[in-house]
Design a protein around this ligand. Structure first.
Ligand SMILES: Cc1cc2nc3c(=O)[nH]c(=O)nc-3n(C[C@H](O)[C@H](O)[C@H](O)COP(=O)(O)OP(=O)(O)OC[C@H]3O[C@@H](n4cnc5c(N)ncnc54)[C@H](O)[C@@H]3O)c2cc1C
Length: 303
């Protein structure tokens, strides 16, 4: 069943629904093993009996998450059935710590569905991040590109079907299918490695499409499956700010030294360059600036 207007209240609801992602993708929870209490149970082998109240279980899970004591999280496992465009799957499959069984386009006819882009959703190449995008194309250009997308997807499918009609083997006929073609897989992973996947793929620097899957897995499934772990993960990893040694040094100088010394130190470190009237930050410096904004601290190199 597709998740349409039904409100998901608990994990049982999730078990009986496919959660729609993008235009024709989905995530479906097939099976799971363990819950928050399995993590606590495993951890107590190393820490001993004694803390048994729910509030203490919560404290223990939060302690494990803070200190990256990760193996207790491996006691939980989850199996998902996913339907994902191939370009997105190519990123997904890089996570080697899952067990995967994918739909075979040697054995079966390729799924007749390709991910489509709404005219308002064509993203412009970012100037600052070579792997990223900023803003959207105007509607007129978007309409044109969506029309062209439809044409190429239909043409590729037509030629694929034609090859099959000529009795070309499925393993060869598929070679010109576009990366937008959907594939399906069963994906089983333990909670520790799933959180690693989610941390990388929920990050705003991850590609939009895979972020949509990570968002559904995290917020719709993991949050209901292991709510205490999910809360701790968001607190200590997902929404936390990590500072490097140099960033801590700059930050502490900002409180003890004048602005010129801070900027001087940053230039010494190669974090800022004079570019005429302005100070040019390098990539790492811009990332530090994003952290300062999150912390509500003014950026020292912006006049
Ligand atoms: C924003 C972003 C951009 C990326 N850009 C690129 C790119 O341009 N090109 C590219 O090729 N990839 C790219 N990747 C993929 C990236 O390099 C990782 O391959 C991917 O994120 C999987 O991470 P992982 O290896 O930590 O996860 P997993 O494979 O799930 O492994 C989890 C952990 O297990 C350990 N592990 C697993 N297998 C091994 C092993 N064989 N040896 C040692 N330790 C192991 C490691 O500690 C690893 O962190 C990108 C990823 C992101 C998030």
């Amino acid at each position: 069943m597709k998740m349409t207007d039904k409100k998901l209240n608990n994990l049982e609801d999730v078990l009986t629904h496919s959660l729609t992602v993008l235009d024709d993708g989905f995530v479906r929870l097939v099976d799971f093993m363990g819950d928050d209490s399995s993590i606590v149970q495993a951890a107590r082998v190393s820490y001993g009996e004694g803390t048994k109240k729910v509030s203490e279980d919560r404290d223990l899970i939060r302690y494990l998450m803070r200190h990256r004591h990760t193996t207790p999280f491996e006691m939980c496992e989850i199996k998902l059935h996913v339907r994902v465009p191939m370009d997105c799957w190519r990123q997904w499959i890089r996570h080697r710590t899952a067990s995967v069984n994918e739909y075979s386009t040697r054995y079966s006819i390729a799924i007749d569905a390709a991910q489509k882009t709404d005219p308002q959703k064509w993203r412009i190449q970012s100037k600052s991040n070579k792997q990223g995008s900023d803003d959207f194309l105007n509607n007129e250009d978007g309409e044109f590109l969506s029309k062209r997308e439809k044409e190429i997807q239909e043409k590729c499918r037509e030629i694929y079907d034609e090859r099959l009609n000529y009795s070309v083997a499925r393993e060869q006929a598929r070679k010109d299918l576009p990366l937008s073609t959907y594939t399906e897989a069963y994906w089983k992973i333990d909670l520790h490695n799933l959180l690693h996947f989610l941390e990388l793929r929920l990050d705003e620097k991850a590609q939009y499409e895979i972020r949509q899957y990570a968002n559904v897995i995290g917020n719709e499934i993991v949050s209901r499956w292991v709510p205490i772990t999910w809360e701790a993960f968001k607190e200590y990893r997902l929404n936390a700010v990590h500072l490097s040694e140099t960033e801590i040094k700059i930050l502490s100088m900002m409180y003890t030294n004048d602005i010129n010394s801070v900027v001087g130190f940053m230039k010494e470190c190669g974090w800022l360059e004079e570019a005429g009237e302005i100070l040019k930050p390098k990539g790492e410096t811009r990332e530090f600036g994003e952290k300062l904004i999150r912390l509500g601290i003014p950026i020292p190199w912006k006049k």
